[in-house]
Structures are given as C-alpha cells and as structure tokens.
Design a protein around this ligand. Sequence first.
Ligand SMILES: Nc1ncnc2c1ncn2[C@@H]1O[C@H](COP(=O)(O)OP(=O)(O)OP(=O)(O)O)[C@@H](O)[C@H]1O
Ligand SMILES: Nc1ncnc2c1ncn2[C@@H]1O[C@H](COP(=O)(O)OP(=O)(O)OP(=O)(O)O)[C@@H](O)[C@H]1O
Ligand SMILES: [Mg+2]
Ligand SMILES: [Mg+2]
Lengths: 256, 256
Amino acid sequence: MTRIIAIANQKGGVGKTTTTINLAASLARAGRSVLLIDLDPQGNATMGSGIEKMELECSIYDLLTGQAEFSDVVTYADEAGYEILPANSDLTAAEVALLNADEKELILKKVLEKNKDQFTFILIDCPPSLNMLTVNALVAADSVLIPMQCEYYALEGLTALSETIQAIADRFNPSLEIEGILRTMYDPRNRLTLDVSEQLKEHFGAKVYRTVIPRNIRLAEAPSYGLPVMVYDKASRGALAYIALAGEILRQYAKE
Amino acid sequence: MTRIIAIANQKGGVGKTTTTINLAASLARAGRSVLLIDLDPQGNATMGSGIEKMELECSIYDLLTGQAEFSDVVTYADEAGYEILPANSDLTAAEVALLNADEKELILKKVLEKNKDQFTFILIDCPPSLNMLTVNALVAADSVLIPMQCEYYALEGLTALSETIQAIADRFNPSLEIEGILRTMYDPRNRLTLDVSEQLKEHFGAKVYRTVIPRNIRLAEAPSYGLPVMVYDKASRGALAYIALAGEILRQYAKE
Ligand SMILES: Nc1ncnc2c1ncn2[C@@H]1O[C@H](COP(=O)(O)OP(=O)(O)OP(=O)(O)O)[C@@H](O)[C@H]1O
Ligand SMILES: Nc1ncnc2c1ncn2[C@@H]1O[C@H](COP(=O)(O)OP(=O)(O)OP(=O)(O)O)[C@@H](O)[C@H]1O
Ligand SMILES: [Mg+2]
Ligand SMILES: [Mg+2]
C-alpha cells in the first residue's frame, strides 16, 4: 500500500529539501522501502543524497518526457538508504515542454502508477513555485506535507498554497489531503515563531505535527557531504527531530 | 543616471525580498529617488512594503502585458519611502503569457526605458527561479546583486546563476555585471558560514560586500507590519546593516 507524499510550499527556503531527504532516510531506517523523487531543476535533493547531478546519464526529465524507462533512471542512494529519481537543470526544459503536453497535469501520476508498488513511501521534493512541476506532484500524490518556517512571508503564502491544493483536489485528485504541517527551523525564543505557530494550530489543528524541527547547524552541514543528517551526525538535534517525525507519521498509519 | 539592479538568486529563502525592501528604503533615506519592482507572483516585496496585494486594481502583470500604463501601476509606499510596481498572483499568468510573446526577454527592459529617468535606483525583486521573469530582470538590469546565505545549497547554486548571467550578457545585455555578493543571515559562529564565506571571497574577490547582514529577528518581524526594518526598529542590527550596505554601495558610485 504505497503512500505518495508531495513535500510542497511555494515559499523558498522553508526546508522542503531538508525534510524530504531526512524524512526519507528516517523512514528507510525504520525498515520501509522508500523512493525520493527530486522534482526541482536545482537538484538539491539529488546532491544532498550523494548523487552528482552533473554526471547523470538520465534524470527524471527523461522519464517525464518518455525518453527513458523508470528502471533506467532510478538510482540507489546507498548512504542515504533509499531509491531516488534524480534531477538536474534538464528539468527546466520540462517546465516548458510540459505546458504543451496532453493531460500535462497527469504525467507524473501515470509514471508512478506503473512503478509505485515496490515502495511503501514515495516522497516528492517540490520547487519553490506553484508551477506545472508542483502541480504534477500534487496530482500524483495521496497527500501533501507542508514544511513551514514560522515567519510572516511563509504564513502569508499558506493561503495561496491551500487554494491550489483545493483546486487540484476539486479538478484532478479528490482524495488529496494534507498529510501535515511541519514547523521547521523552529526557534521558540522568538515571539514571531510562537505567534505564527499559534496561528497554524488555530487554522490546521491536529494537522500540525507535534514534532518540530529545531534550527540545527548539522542539518545545513550534512548536504555538503551528500548525507542525510542521521548518517552525518546521528545524535544531533536535527537527526533526532526527523527520526521523531517519522515515528509520528508511522504511528498515524498504524492507527488507520 | 538611473541604475537598475536585479536582486536575484534562484535558491529560495536567501533574503532577496528582505534585501530589496531594506536596501530600497536605505537608499531612499539617503535622499535617492528609488523604484522597487516586485517581479515575484508571491508578492512578498509588495506586502512587506505595506501594499495589500489582494486589493490592487492593477499590478506589474498589467504593465508587462500592455494592459495598463506605468503611471496607473506605480504606487508610493509612504512608510517605506519609495515608489513600487506591485505584484500579485496575476503574475503567474505572465510567466506563461511571456513565453509566447515576441522578444519575450525584453519586455521589462522596454517598459523601463520609457519610465526610468525619474529614478536614481530601480531595484527588482526576483522569484526563486531562473524563469522568464528573472530573465526579464537580468536583461533589463545594469547589474545583479546576489544575496547569499552562506550554506551548501546556495553555494552550489551559484554556478547555475553565474552561467545564466553570462549567457544573458552574451546574448542580450553585454554591459550586465555583478553589482555585488551580499552575505545574508550571517552567523559567524558557524564553521559552515565561515567556510562558505571564504569560498565566496576566493571566487568573487572584491565583489563580496564587506557589509554582512546578520541574523536578526527584527528583519523577519518587520514585513508583518508592512514596514522596512529601519522604520520598524531603527536601532536594530538588521536596520544598521542595511543602512551600512547602502553606504557601501553609494561610495562605490561616488568613486566612479
Ligand atoms: N532545521 C534546520 N536548521 C538549520 N538549517 C536548516 C534547517 N533546515 C534547513 N536548513 C538549511 O536551510 C537552507 C534552506 O533549506 P532547504 O534548502 O531544505 O529549503 P527548501 O524549502 O528546499 O528551499 P528551496 O525553496 O530553495 O527549494 C538550506 O541551506 C538547509 O541546509
Ligand atoms: N538577516 C535576517 N535575519 C532574520 N530573518 C531574516 C533575515 N533575512 C531574511 N529573513 C527572513 O527569512 C525569510 C526568508 O527571507 P526572504 O523572504 O527575504 O528570502 P527570499 O530569497 O526573498 O525568499 P524567496 O526565494 O521565497 O523569494 C523571511 O521570513 C525573512 O523575513
Ligand atoms: Mg529545495
Ligand atoms: Mg522573495
């Protein structure tokens, strides 16, 4: 029973990639079979998983444009512990190519339908945009996990994101739901953080994860080694937080 | 003699908007006539300047698509002290519309040629992408100011950004140069920050501003009041840093 989760937020730098990598690694350590899909032409999730994006023979671009098979593109990120569909700047061409394709919002969904069964979790790292790549992720996904930096611009952008999710649910994907809201780079010493956190809980209630990801320099250092934080520094606050998040998510599924 | 500066970096959340607003306000306080152009459909610079993006009769979208005149769209942000071409989600449609237009990379340049003379500085806030909006900014600009968070993904993305700047200079805008590299959210206690900072200086030399913008919660709070930080809290480290940056930039022009 595969669960496809889009990690999305059009606000930049809120921790989408950091969350996708470290949640994927934590779920893999918990024994689940995980696929990470890098849907960002910047290829951050690819590099942060130890895959050199400049040396890819084929990437998710080739898969989306039908030029390569899933088995050609999927790669095992051995230190991270999950499979990955890697991305590089070729994907920029996809943003334009997709706009002219038939059923352009369903391309990723169709690719995944044929290939998802071997995985328990598929996590999709989205770019900071509500463009056709993110739309494809939201159409293909069962749910969306929203990393949220507890600051003004991110809170303000949540309205547009919620409207987009609703529009996609109405039109393409009626079962799409919010997996959860994850507070990232959380610093409880700030009045602003606490205020925004309060507003999130008022609006999203139990959807806001109890687990928060604290600001921890290890999370910023790990990708420079191409490692998830729990491989780079397993006792760090960042590692413990993402392992706790995986636990919170798995317990939600255990209840169902 | 108008100076048009694009504030660009395809990496999300590195402080583009915060820099555009606070540099614009600092230059205005130094007596210069400043125009801020919000080129991001997320409209952060618009909201952070105290302009309600949901209540705009017309926005930069209408200007770029020829549906409104410059004088209809330009608005004075009174507390901030500069003029602004505001943005809202209509601009998302522009990303697609522009792709089909003639000379699509020159649309903003042509608009500005007719209207720039009244301003000393025009600062353009770009979205976290190297899409057609950012391309328009780079084609229209005299120079690009790159805010840089001293962390791995931002450093890794600098290659793609430099290549894009070079490609645009070669093809459309031979006088395009790098105005400077601004280290943002700077925390000198981190080894990573210092390492990345060193690499920036090795690669970009004197282009790296001496002024760094420290991490300061006032910078994150100010936009929730629709104010630049020096209006919100003029003695804050964030305010002093952006005023110092404006000084460093103005001294460079004084030398020319
Ligand atoms: N909890 C944290 N503590 C410290 N640094 C963090 C934390 N989470 C992420 N970072 C760092 O902050 C920066 C932004 O995070 P990240 O790139 O994951 O965000 P993003 O939402 O994927 O950005 P983009 O919108 O550009 O895709 C990165 O340099 C990352 O290493
Ligand atoms: N020096 C700083 N200290 C503390 N917070 C900051 C600082 N600079 C920016 N911020 C906050 O960090 C977040 C990201 O900054 P900002 O939105 O300006 O980046 P951006 O590059 O414009 O992002 P995007 O790529 O989404 O357009 C915002 O919430 C902002 O208020
Ligand atoms: Mg990312
Ligand atoms: Mg911005």
